[in-house]
Design a protein around this ligand. Structure first.
Ligand SMILES: *[C@@H]1O[C@H](CO)[C@@H](O)[C@H](O)[C@H]1NC(C)=O
Length: 124
């Protein structure tokens, strides 16, 4: 990841819960079902999806789980990598932007990410 977890974790920002544009809280699960578990693509969906779930919680900007999952999503979801940001951008751009985090996925080939920290998303 290209930004410091410590810096963003300590950033003092006003927290607001972004209105979720998608009413189905488990919609990323529909995407996950199409991926083989344990693959880097699965983990990328897992991190982005858990970031979506975590962003619905009060104070999520300072949540270790949200910061971890969001940073991994930014790392893995860009067009040079797994190219899945488009599934999550409408939720994660306002959610991450409200925390002062980057809202554009990393460009260039990035290392694969590992599993997300579970944060309220319910996967199959
Ligand atoms: C999200 O990504 C999709 C697909 O790339 C794109 O069409 C859409 O404009 C993006 N939305 C935002 C808010 O960036």
């Amino acid at each position: 990841m290209k930004f410091s977890i410590v810096a963003i974790a300590t950033a003092l920002v006003s927290v607001r819960v972004a209105a979720a544009p998608v009413d189905n809280a488990n919609w990323p699960a529909e995407l996950l079902k199409r991926q083989a578990p344990g693959t880097p693509l699965y983990y990328c969906h897992d991190n982005c999806g858990q970031a979506v779930a975590g962003s619905r919680k009060t104070g999520y900007c300072s949540s270790i789980a949200f910061i971890h999952n969001y940073a991994n999503c930014i790392q893995c979801s860009g067009p040079d990598n797994y190219n899945i940001w488009g599934y999550y951008n409408t939720t994660l751009i306002p959610a991450g932007g409200a925390c002062g985090f980057p809202t554009t996925p990393d460009s260039g080939t990035q290392p694969d990410v590992g599993p997300a920290i579970p944060d309220g998303g319910v996967w199959p």
